[in-house]
Write a protein that binds this ligand. Structure first.
Ligand code: SF4
Length: 267
């Protein structure tokens, strides 16, 4: 049965496939960077390209490989993608395998213009904890245009020992503190050491403190941490049925349902 999930690399969310693709396709390639999500919170989604994640230490992630230090090339690519936005839902999610702070100034200016011209009322972006000070001024900048910014952060788990000693996520804060900056949270599940109880507890914590939760099921990539098939099986049997239809929970089991990133041959 095909589950009604999204599929992205949640990077801080986006997900883990992107990276696989980025490895295979180090250049602009044909990666799909625009899609429309019709389930739960309908929105357009863009996978833009920035200068690269500044953290890059997460032991499960290699999708930060989708980056370039050539700002002009990034802007050229991002401009083409931004032109695809129609504003059909008034809601746009922009991801870039890192944080919004990695996007160049021209791209951000073009993004502002697209929001204004296409009637975008809500913009979703991603951010690592290390850039939290940049969130309030970014929100204020777009609020001045009538756009509400929702910031998503990849916490992966609210167990600080697991998260920092095993995943090396770089977050020295609890859910309450994180929620002072961020509106939405990504969780990474299907990892060795997780259980149905721990995964459910993380989702419940996410729902308590944040507006939305995005659960990304770990997928194999080039990094040391690998998915645990038994944990994933347990998730599908015991956790997924609890949240599958929750409008505040996105669950990404595979890496193609979200419509961006995706398989190499689709790019
Ligand atoms: S913060 Fe971690 S998960 Fe996000 S892009 Fe950087 S290394 Fe990957």
């Amino acid at each position: 049965m095909r589950l009604p999930l999204y599929n992205k690399l949640s990077h801080d969310c986006i997900t883990i496939n992107q990276l696989e693709r980025a490895i295979l396709l180090p250049q602009e390639s044909t990666m799909e960077r625009y899609s429309v999500i019709t389930d739960k919170t309908p929105r357009e989604i863009l996978l833009l390209r920035g200068s690269g994640c500044r953290w890059r230490r997460c032991r499960f992630c290699d999708y930060h490989l989708d980056f370039s230090t050539d700002e002009r090339a990034n802007f050229a690519l991002n401009s083409r993608e931004l032109q695809k936005v129609t504003g059909q839902y008034g809601r746009l999610e922009v991801i870039n395998s890192g944080s919004f702070t990695d996007l160049d100034a021209q791209t951000l200016g073009a993004l502002e213009g697209v929001c204004r011209e296409k009637g975008i009322h809500t913009l979703h972006v991603e951010c690592h904890w290390m850039h939290r000070a940049a969130i309030p001024p970014f929100k204020a900048r777009f609020a001045a245009q009538g756009v509400t910014v929702k910031v998503k952060i990849g916490v992966e788990t609210f167990d600080p020992l697991f998260r920092e000693s095993y995943l090396d996520k770089g977050i020295d804060a609890d859910a309450r503190q994180i929620a002072q900056y961020c509106d939405e949270v990504c969780l990474l599940q299907g990892l060795p050491g997780q259980s149905p109880a721990s995964m459910q507890a993380d989702i419940e914590t996410g729902l308590r403190w944040f507006e939305r939760v995005c659960v990304n099921i770990m997928q194999k990539n080039t990094k040391p941490i690998q998915p645990d098939p038994q944990v994933i099986q347990a998730f599908c049997r015991q956790v997924l049925p609890l949240y599958q239809h929750d409008p505040r929970v996105d669950i990404l089991l595979s890496n193609t349902d979200f419509g961006v990133g995706g398989a190499c041959d689709a790019q």
